[in-house]
Design a protein around this ligand. Structure first.
Ligand code: AMP
Length: 268
């Protein structure tokens, strides 16, 4: 589902075609659930914090291939008390993952600018942008979760008090992204003005939720995938956009972790 509106009325950020992205959602579902899901997506598009759309596009396609089965990344929330602390921790964690300062700065600029529909791909050392279409970015699609795993995930997230569509979908998306060899990390800041928890996802540290990653009421946000030298970005884009991937297993969750615990793990 993709919801957008034409330029103008509220002064929000927009891309050079004058279109403001409002909301988007993807998933893999049983054919018997399509009507219910389409209705939920329409509701979501019509009641988004970013505003009221004038266009909603829903595309439904049958799968031609069996999905690849993956596990979620382990989830934890980083203890983090302020905006400045979160900025400092994000930088620290990305540096621990081997990402260069200039790549971190490039990611920050992309996220501050906002209003892409998809994600940017950045070389982890040189900071070169590698996505084919810089305005749109790479749109991760064709990911879902098996019903039994979804039920279990719902219970685990409820125990942590974070059982929402936002967390569930972001965790599945991030697990698909991290399952491509060559992706070192993903940094995500939501463009929802009221949702200020972002994340860094990586094979190394799992899915780390980062509270207070942006100021309340800020409409900017974005996603960046940092990749290793030599990563075939055509294959990566094809995998993220076209290859169906289904979560069938869950990795263990932890409630909160501190930056020291992350650093200690790195030094083991
Ligand atoms: P959200 O977490 O939905 O608020 O999205 C934050 C940012 O991530 C958006 O502004 C887009 O740039 C990007 N994004 C959203 N959905 C996707 C997706 N399916 N694939 C890649 N990037 C996305």
């Amino acid at each position: 589902m993709r919801a957008s509106k034409k330029a103008g009325s509220d002064g929000s950020t927009q891309n050079s075609s004058g279109i403001t992205h409002i909301s988007g959602a993807e998933g893999l579902f049983e054919s018997t659930d399509i009507q219910k899901i389409a209705k939920e997506y329409i509701q979501r598009a019509l009641h988004h914090e970013r505003g009221h759309p004038d266009t909603i596009v829903i595309t439904i396609e049958s799968l031609k291939k069996k999905p690849r089965k993956i596990s979620t990344l382990p989830l934890a929330t980083l203890r983090c008390d302020s905006l400045s602390e979160s900025k400092h921790f994000v930088e620290k964690i990305l540096r621990l993952l081997g990402i260069s300062s200039c790549a971190i700065q490039a990611a920050d600029r992309i996220i501050q600018h906002g209003n892409m529909r998809g994600a940017s791909i950045i070389h982890e050392k040189t900071a070169h942008r590698l996505e084919h279409n810089r305005m749109r970015g790479v749109r991760v699609s064709r990911f879902g979760i098996q019903k039994a795993a979804a039920k279990k995930l719902g219970m685990q997230l409820s125990r942590l008090g974070i059982h929402t569509d936002t967390v569930t979908e972001a965790l599945i998306l991030a697990s698909k992204v991290a399952s491509f060899k060559g992706v070192v990390a993903e940094l995500c800041v939501s463009d929802d003005p009221h949702y200020t928890t972002g994340y860094i996802a990586s094979e190394e540290y799992g899915y780390l939720r980062i509270p207070r990653i942006k100021r309340k009421r800020s409409r900017t946000g974005g996603r960046v995938f940092f990749v290793k030298d030599g990563t075939d970005t055509v294959s990566l884009t094809q995998y993220l956009e076209r290859v169906p991937v289904l979560v069938t297993r869950l990795a263990p969750f932890r409630r909160t972790v501190t930056i020291d615990e992350i650093q200690d793990r790195h030094n083991l």
